[in-house]
Design a protein around this ligand. Structure first.
Ligand code: NAD
Length: 286
């Protein structure tokens, strides 16, 4: 079994990015700048934002965090995002999810300039991804593809099953796996909470991606011997952090598997940094 080490892979991506940023700063006269909007005091979001800030600092990317109280109104939040979008010194913007219940996340995300949408959630970027145009791609699925590529695991001609149909992971993951690209070209099935024979579907997968949000949901009986298993899940349990896959039960069956932590989580941050540099480069060179 090959352990797909997202932590080490992300580190090497980040080191390469730092070299690129150093070079680009000399050409363009300033560093790329990521603005992060954090509303409220959700503890997990605070950890994510701190990790993103640290990642930026290490790659030589400027970051500014806009921390706002949970009682902010929709119109004030929208005004901030409009302002950041119009600011020529800012290259990337992300609005940390989840937002407090009274706020409309999609409405806010739709106000991010699509060229600065480093999360890849703006409807314009979702549409571009869907029809195969160059765009800023959602970080988690892009991180999965990058990790598979790093380990020279081609999806071409393989059957991939994605469990989960969310807008941020499941759906874009399926699109990326099915793209007409040399390492993609998979035949993809999307499974979700209403899939009748989930075990059977999963057992048919050469590449199984779990993005459900339920600890150890993927059991041994759901994995075909020799499958590549990618665990996107991050679940906080009393025993600590764990994924959507029962790693211990599945690891000797899989040909390759991602751990949690140290799998897709670090790859997601690396892709966010890469998207920020990409957005900056596009803006500087257009
Ligand atoms: P979500 O809640 O939006 O979507 C979960 C999906 O799982 C849904 O589409 C649902 O249909 C499906 N599902 C739920 N119960 C099911 C069942 N019993 N059988 C089959 N399908 C079922 O979650 P999300 O935002 O896509 O996140 C999924 C997981 O990935 C979470 O654990 C989240 O924390 C994690 N995540 C990790 C990263 C990362 O960087 N590694 C990034 C984003 C999300």
């Amino acid at each position: 079994m090959q352990l797909l080490d997202g932590k080490a892979t992300a580190l090497s991506i980040r080191q390469n990015l730092a070299v690129d940023v150093e070079r680009l700063k000399k050409i363009h006269g300033r560093a790329p700048h990521l603005a992060v909007v954090l509303v409220g005091d959700d503890p997990a979001s605070q950890v994510y934002v701190r990790n993103k800030e640290r990642g930026c600092a290490e790659a030589g990317i400027t970051s500014s965090a806009h921390r706002i109280g949970a009682d902010v109104t929709q119109s004030s939040l929208e005004a901030l995002v409009r302002e950041l979008s119009a600011n020529d010194e800012i290259d990337g913007i992300l609005v940390q999810a989840p937002l407090p219940r009274h706020l409309d996340l999609l409405a806010v995300q739709s106000l991010v300039d699509p060229d600065k949408d480093v999360d890849g959630f703006h409807p314009v970027n979702v549409g571009k991804l869907c029809i195969g145009l160059p765009c800023l791609m959602p970080c988690t699925p892009a991180g999965v593809m990058e990790l598979l590529k790093h380990y020279d695991i081609s999806c071409a001609g393989k059957k991939a099953v994605v469990i989960g149909r969310s807008n941020i992971v499941g759906k874009p993951m399926a699109l990326l796996l099915a793209r007409a690209e040399p390492m993609a070209n998979a035949t993809v099935t999307i499974c979700h909470s209403r899939t009748p024979d989930l075990v059977g579907e999963c057992r048919s997968a050469d590449i199984l991606v779990a993005a459900i949000g339920r600890p150890k949901f993927v059991t041994r009986e759901m994995v075909k011997p020799g499958a590549v298993v990618v665990d996107v899940g991050i679940n906080r349990t009393e025993q600590g952090l764990c994924g959507d896959v029962d790693f211990e039960a599945v690891k000797d069956l899989a040909s390759a598997i991602t751990p949690v932590p140290g799998g897709i989580g670090p790859m997601t941050i690396a892709m966010l940094l890469a998207n920020t540099v990409k957005a900056y480069t596009w803006r500087m060179e257009r």
